[in-house]
Design a protein around this ligand. Structure first.
Ligand SMILES: [Fe+2]
Length: 220
């Protein structure tokens, strides 16, 4: 068939099982309140460790959703999770925050690839991002994709093993807890402040652990 020129009448891409990340933003006034709460809580809990922390990436204890100073952020995280659950048609299943903590990324800090086991949703709220330090990386979740992958002519989200997503102050990013992610280096001379969280179904053992049949969608 060489020499025959084929022209397709149409070409369609059907994404199946896409991996989603949600970005939610609240009004600037509420965001300001949360930004201040995150920065002052992080400084209060970890500021004294700033100069002798060899890790450069510092995390607080994980029960800040019970801290009175963090209730606005906790409410926003809960509302975000509820909204995303509704999108997934899972809105009738109550979900709750199981952990919420603040992070300080010192100049040069990275946070290596990891996942958040034993939870359904995880995410991060960005309170203060220095210049050049505004990104989160996600790793290709289909490990088989790396087995046969010639070098592409140009990288895009369909042929990369790692994607850096830009974020800005006030962004609340939410994803499934199994999705591996990392924080790229903070190249600035200032600290990066954020808060991270996990959520899980409130009645997981009571309602969701019985064997189920495969969930099948017959048409798109
Ligand atoms: Fe994380």
């Amino acid at each position: 068939m060489s020499g025959v020129s084929i022209k397709f009448e149409s070409s369609e891409i059907v994404p199946l099982f896409p991996t989603l990340v949600w970005r939610l933003r609240v009004d600037p006034e509420t965001a300001r309140t949360m930004n201040e709460a995150v920065v002052s809580k992080a400084d209060a809990l970890m500021g004294h460790l700033r100069d002798d922390s060899p890790a450069k990436f510092m995390q607080s204890h994980q029960k800040l959703h019970q801290d009175p100073d963090m209730q606005v952020l906790a409410s926003v995280v809960q509302a975000a999770a509820d909204e995303v659950l509704s999108f997934l048609a899972l809105g009738r299943h109550p979900i709750e925050i199981t952990g919420l903590w603040v992070n300080i990324g010192r100049p040069g800090a990275i946070h290596k690839p990891h996942r958040h086991p034993n939870n359904f949703f995880s995410g991060t709220y960005y309170a203060r991002l220095p210049e050049g330090a505004a990104g989160i990386q996600f790793m290709e979740p289909r490990s088989q994709m790396g087995l046969v992958m010639p070098q592409p002519e140009r990288l895009n989200k369909h042929n990369s093993g790692k994607i850096t997503l830009p974020v800005r102050d006030g962004d609340l990013m939410l994803w499934m807890s199994w999705f591996e992610h990392a924080v790229p280096p903070n190249p600035s001379s200032e600290d990066r402040y954020s808060a991270s969280f996990n959520l899980m179904f409130s009645d997981f053992t009571e309602r969701h652990t019985a064997p189920i049949i495969q969930r099948v969608v017959d048409s798109l």
